[in-house]
Design a protein around this ligand. Structure first.
Ligand code: GLC
Length: 719
């Protein structure tokens, strides 16, 4: 279809048909679905009619080639103009082959594998009838109390932007119309959903526009620059106005400054939530505010279908606004090739071959192994095959390692840690030791018995996936007390203890990291998670992950992040005893484990630094080189990081900002020189007048294996 044909199609549509295109409901209400279109429950309460469903523009949360094809076929029988239904779903880190949660993928610092994971997710989802995924989620986070930190790649704007691009490339490929193995991506949650006060989901977000632009907006913009087709608005306020009714955010910034002309969808119910937010009296006003602010599709509430027609008739909303929204939706359907083939990539037979294929499982296992972070190792890892292992803990034999957004993932088909270890050695005793949040004397006794004749104890601990994810916020971010009791009980046996953590957020590790001899942060590693962790425990893979979100010393430090400002009274030396500094009386300022931190079974040295110049000009960047040598006994990957600091800006500047990184794989004894380039563009920032420019002056560059252990170089920007 040409643009002209799309516009003439729009002209043929009645106002009712146009408004229905702006409605997105969940699947059960469609003929051909399992409930065969029975209007029940919330839909009935909303007053949604069968006719509105027959005209609606898109559906969420339906997949399966057979179901999708049947629903589409039934839908087209009654859709007067034959406009196909758009199928959207949350395929965030895998469809049925589940990859590690995005916070884990972030810790791999592996953009190629991240892209690959999205490509595989798209392949499985598209053959199962999905057209659009509600991903990537790129909300920058600094508060591990928030349940959804597992869904993003962390606390750094640059790294989040690089991952946003990689995920969009993987999901969408080069040409959605021709490549039906891909899906359209929908970047979310626009904007700054990851900064709720108190780390409490859906809570108020309050920050300056400058802070918003400096830290929180870059990753959304990167996704859109990579061609992301859709944007989802967030539940929170931005400068006092909920995103879904925020004209500045959508009309001025997104459509105006950024020139985005794709589809904007509200998050679930967010249009109607303008009422409890207190910026709309009723659904009518909510509909008016949202459409005028720029929300095209209303997800799972009926403000639009129940009110827009009257708002047009009373001229409170110009029909042209609705036409714009509908045209964007028709354009998206066209880009996906749905007018030529409403069934697109759905294929019942191929679905059986593609979904959960060995190739996909192996890719998930590889990425999971690269996403795990070795936090501590007092020389007891890797394990030896002849060692007798006691595997103890609530995650020893648990499939709940897919994370809270695994939707179509199967816990039953997940490779548990016990499965993974059994593939490595036959000498394993297994005991649960405790439940996630409770423990009994019998469980403790069983654990002690299982460990009695073991050479090493492997503890499998963590958070139930319901303790993470949407609305999964915790004020106490320690491991549950029951598990700490299990740790201290087993510590009394005076045997080596390796702890493996399955969780969705940086935890306060007190009570564990001081008790265990080794700690592996496995996050929610996905369908092949148990195998990947076993690969690491036995050294078949050398851990290489590095943290992309700081682990706080305690929740009292939160928010704690590496790219903070210096303040006028910085505590530069933790050991200095001076009162009137920015500090706590009872805990250190530094996080327990910093951004960029991660250990390996081998060791790397950094040497032979070379700097091309002590000045950068707009025409001439400088280069910084360093030789990395593997000085240990294992082949390993090292993630070398480059940070900069602007020593004096027009506004305060972070003490460090990640500007580049390189992952290098080295055999024992092998060296490689890595060269970073620092350009004038990388030194630009938002000034108080929001101009994004650089100032000449003094800077420092830092190179190192994490954000704390760095070597410093001074240079100047001369303009
Ligand atoms: C949820 C989430 C959003 C998701 C949407 C559809 O409330 O906030 O991330 O894509 O609803 O399931």
């Amino acid at each position: 279809m040409t643009e002209h044909q799309l516009k003439s199609l729009l002209e043929q549509m009645t106002l009712d048909e146009k408004i229905a295109q702006l409605l997105q409901l969940a699947g059960p209400f469609y003929k051909g679905s399992k409930d065969n279109g029975e209007i029940t429950g919330p839909m009935a309460e909303m007053g949604i009619t069968a006719e509105e469903i027959e005209k609606s523009g898109s559906v969420l949360g339906v997949s399966g080639a057979q179901d999708v094809m049947r629903i589409q076929e039934e839908y087209l029988k009654t859709n007067r103009l034959g406009i196909p239904l758009l199928f959207m779903a949350d395929v965030v880190h895998g469809y049925k082959t589940i990859f590690p949660v995005p916070l884990a993928i972030g810790c791999s610092w592996d953009l190629d594998l991240a892209e690959k994971s999205a490509e595989i997710a798209a392949k499985e989802a598209s053959v199962s009838g999905v057209h659009v995924t509600f991903a990537p989620m790129v909300d920058l986070v600094r508060d591990p109390r928030w349940g959804r930190v597992m869904e993003t790649t962390g606390e750094d704007p640059y790294l989040n932007s690089e991952f946003a691009r990689a995920f969009v490339r993987g999901f969408q490929g080069e040409n959605l119309q021709e490549d039906t193995n891909r899906v359209a991506a929908c970047v979310k949650h626009f904007a700054a959903y990851g900064a709720p006060e108190g780390g409490r989901d859906y809570n108020t977000v309050n920050m300056s526009e400058r802070q918003l632009r400096e830290s929180y907006l870059p990753a959304y913009k990167a996704a859109l620059d990579e061609g992301c087709e859709m944007v989802m608005t967030s539940f929170n306020t931005v400068d006092g106005i909920p995103s879904s009714g925020n004209k500045w955010l959508m009309r001025h910034l997104l459509r105006g400054e950024w020139q985005f002309d794709g589809v904007v969808i509200s998050d679930w119910g967010a249009v109607k939530e303008l009422i409890p937010h207190g910026v709309a009296e009723d659904e009518r006003e909510a509909a008016a505010k949202a459409i005028l602010a720029g929300v095209d599709i209303e997800m799972m509430t009926a403000c639009y279908v129940k009110n827009l027609k009257h708002l047009v008739e009373t001229k409170e909303v110009n029909e042209a606004i609705i036409d714009e929204a509908v045209l964007r939706i028709l354009q998206l359907k066209h880009k996906l090739g749905l007018f030529d083939n409403p069934y697109r990539g759905a294929d019942v037979k191929l679905e059986q071959e593609v979904v959960m294929s060995d190739e996909h499982l192996n890719a998930s296992r590889e990425l999971a192994a690269k996403s795990v972070v070795l936090l501590k190792n007092e020389n007891i890892l890797p394990l030896k095959k002849e060692q007798k292992v006691a595997l103890i803990g609530p995650f020893a034999q648990s499939g709940d390692i897919l994370g809270p957004w695994s939707w179509m993932g199967s816990k039953e088909k997940t490779i548990q840690l016990a499965d993974g270890l059994s593939d490595k050695t036959s000498t394993i005793n297994i005991a649960k030791g405790s439940d996630i949040e409770t423990v009994t004397d019998e469980q403790l006794e069983e654990a002690v018995n299982a460990a009695e004749d073991a050479d090493v104890i492997v503890l499998a601990l963590g958070e139930d996936s319901d303790m993470s994810g949407e609305a999964g916020c915790r004020a106490d971010i320690r491991l549950p007390e029951s598990q700490l009791v299990l740790v201290s009980k087993l510590k009394q046996l005076d045997k080596p203890i390796v702890a493996v953590l399955f969780n969705g957020r940086p935890l306060d590790l007190h009570g564990l990291i001081d008790q265990a001899d080794a700690v592996l942060e496995a996050w929610y590693p996905g369908t092949a998670g148990g195998a990947a962790v076993a690969d690491l425990l036995y050294g078949d893979v050398n851990p290489s992950g590095k943290l992309t979100m700081s682990f706080p010393y305690s929740v009292g430090q939160v928010p704690v992040y590496y790219n903070h400002y210096n303040t006028g009274r910085p505590k530069l030396d933790p050991d200095v005893k001076e009162r009137y500094l920015s500090q706590y009386l009872d805990i250190p300022n530094e996080p327990l484990l910093p951004f960029g931190f991660g250990l390996s079974y081998t060791t790397f040295t950094y040497s032979d630094y070379k700097v091309s110049s002590e000045t950068v000009t707009p025409e001439t960047p400088l280069t910084l080189s360093v030789k990395i040598t593997n000085t240990g006994d294992f082949t390993g990957d090292e993630i070398v990081q480059l940070y900069i600091r602007d020593l004096s800006g027009e506004v305060v500047r972070p003490v460090k900002e990640l500007k580049a990184f390189e992952k290098v794989s080295l055999k024992p004894g092998e060296s490689k020189e890595i060269t970073f380039t620092i350009t004038e563009e990388q030194l630009r920032y938002y000034h108080s007048d929001l101009q994004y420019t650089s100032d000449q002056g003094s800077f420092e560059a830092y190179i190192g294996p994490d954000s704390q252990h760095v070597t410093t170089f001074s240079f100047k920007l001369v303009k």
